[in-house]
Design a protein around this ligand. Sequence first.
Ligand code: SF4
Length: 420
Amino acid sequence: MEQIDMAEEKKQLRKKIEATTEMARIMGEYFYELDKAAKSPEKKVAWCTSVGPAELLRAMGFYVHFPENHGAILGSSRMASDLIPYANAIGYSPDICSYLTSDVGAYLQGVTPLSRVYEGIESIPEPDVLVFNTNQCRAVQDWLAWFGREFDAPVLGIHTHRGISDVTNLHINSITAQLEALVNPLEEIMGSPLDPAELERVVGLSRECSELWKKVLDTAAARPSPFTFFDGTIHMGPAVVLRGTQPAIDYYKLLLAELESRISSGEGAVEGEEFRLYWEGMPIWGRLRAHSELFASNRACVLASTYCNSWIFTRFDGADPFKSMARAYTELFIVRSDEIKEQYIKEMFDTFQIDGIIYHDARTCLDNTNSRFGMPQRLEEETGIPSLTINGDLNDLRCLSDEQTNTSIEAFIEQLEEMR
Ligand code: SF4
């Protein structure tokens, strides 16, 4: 009886988003279309890093698979921790990106979580080409290189400058030239030329998708917030894998309307929202639900994050596709210096009226972990907004102590309460 009461209480604490059903439908269509393309000799499949040049690939007619999306599904299905050791056994360290090691491990074991959800899909799609951008980290290059050798497929890439303070013409010209240099080899693989009008169209669609995704995330500035970071990690799916397509735009219009209606009726994502928190770093995919429930049961709403904002590319401009892609993919948070990152987070604190910030120190992702070089201390001193750093990982649950995490989060929320 008590268990039922607790389940009911949890249900009330976190509000379900109705649009989720439509998102599941369009994501299903995407995975089936990709699977069909991989099985058809006339169609070409490109693998692309999540903040790589998806628009160019799409405009050229490639069906695009995003290994990081597969990595996140391996994490959220909690298959990752068992698969990582298979990649370790062939020389890929347990300390490097656990998306990479779980994805390689899954391939070596001949499994994919997609099979559990989508009947008939038995494997990830075989690539005709793999394209990376090192704007996020170096691991993506090694990751795609491994699969390139495995499938005997060409690997192409863009090497982005890192730790950038001001994005200058020097950076933009270099990335623009690298993007343009991809066209010839991709045309050869595709067997047909790039249609510039199609590229303009796709970049324009990506821009529209980005603007809508930003509006969705910005709804969290309302008090109470209609949307949480945990919702965002799920609903960002179309912004990652379907940007540059109409279904992603239609989906975000639907989601935005639902969130705006929640705001009008004063309905929060977390019942009785008392504390508004910011999440810095990667999600812990295998604990999304548990963490969402933990915060909600403490009347805390984690409502904004750097992570979900990383798929906002409002710099895209269909009229100037190469240069605007270069700018959008270089102005990313992850590419920038700590000074710019701190400025950005301070702006987020103001926009979303944040009471506290949680840093996730992800053991295997240095580039998306910002708590190791004094940032929490500097920001706390400057803003007075308290921080908590939790140790864990995006996919490798062996790096996580649930008990310790839960205790620290509860103590942190108590601290926020005492500060009132
Ligand atoms: S940013 Fe982190 S999680 Fe993403 S691919 Fe690079 S190392 Fe892996």
